[in-house]
Design a protein around this ligand. Structure first.
Ligand code: FES
Length: 276
């Protein structure tokens, strides 16, 4: 059946619509989700404490467990101690999400109502696209390069949680709940990053014939993989937002002695494998 375009289009006036469904639920949930994360992450960045668990911070015998909000670990001189290292770090993953193709759609709708949803009247009548100030959104591809580095940094943090110091200075292999929490976060951060539209374009863009270019088969396979992940980019975006906040919260609770990190697999392997 042909779609009646004129009936589906928004009537004039902000918020006016012919839609009968609960179109406002999506933008509302998006605003609540983003709002909660922005408030929490900003608070934690200003908090500037209880983001590291290791022998140096009052946890003798513990592996090195670092919050993703403060990774990589930056040691500022005492004269700059008033600056939270989180602010020197979070601009990169924050910029990656701010300029993400999915997030742009989501926050344009949830926070700027521009438009609030398909076929719903918006506050202004003209449409300029992402021009003028919004031209900065084009730097997304550069934030992607930084995000790929952060996948490596956060993976290294998981590796560090696997090595527990012994009294003689060596290290034993072990695993705790922190390992699982940080590893889960890295997996979803990687799924979000590797499903990026810019990465898909970087691998397969401007290529009409894969077999005609260098490493064509490899690029084709990689492009197919990224395309497959890209179908669920929104899902990875939300889950990774949740896991990164949860990972920070877990480290905060352990670092503040509110809960104890449960060390599991270590017992069986403690004396089996050591690292100097
Ligand atoms: Fe969303 Fe690149 S498009 S991370």
């Amino acid at each position: 059946m042909a779609t009646n375009v004129s009936a589906a289009a928004a009537p004039p006036g902000f918020g006016s619509t012919h839609r009968k469904d609960t179109w406002w639920v999506g933008p509302l949930l998006t605003a609540l989700g983003f709002g909660t994360f922005i408030v929490y992450s900003t608070f934690r960045a200003f908090y500037n404490a209880e983001y590291l668990v290791d022998p140096e911070t009052g946890f003798p015998g513990s592996a090195h467990i670092l919050s993703p909000f403060y990774s990589p670990l930056i040691a500022l001189p005492a004269s700059l101690a008033f600056i939270s290292p989180a602010f020197l770090i979070l601009w990169a993953p924050g910029g990656f999400r701010l300029t993400c193709y999915y997030y742009r759609k989501a926050y344009y709708r949830a926070f700027f109502w521009d438009p609030p949803a398909c076929a719903v009247g918006e506050p202004r009548k003209d449409y300029n696209g992402e021009t003028a100030l919004l031209i900065f959104q084009n730097i997304h591809r550069y934030f992607l390069y930084l995000a790929l580095i952060f996948v490596c940094i956060l993976s290294y943090d998981v590796w560090l949680t696997l090595w527990w110091p012994n009294e003689d200075g060596s290290h034993s292999f072990g695993m705790s709940m922190a390992t699982l929490v940080l590893a889960t976060n890295v997996v979803f951060i990687a799924l979000y990053t590797f499903s990026c539209h810019s990465l898909r374009h970087l691998i397969g863009g401007k290529v009409d014939c894969f077999s005609c270019v260098a490493m064509g088969q490899t690029r084709y396979d990689a492009w197919k993989g990224v395309s497959k992940l890209n179908k669920n980019h929104m899902l990875w975006a939300w889950i990774s937002l949740f896991t990164v906040g949860l990972a920070d919260l877990y480290v905060w609770l352990v670092a503040s002695h509110t809960i104890t990190d449960i060390r599991g697999v270590a017992a069986a392997l403690a004396n089996a494998d050591t690292r100097d």
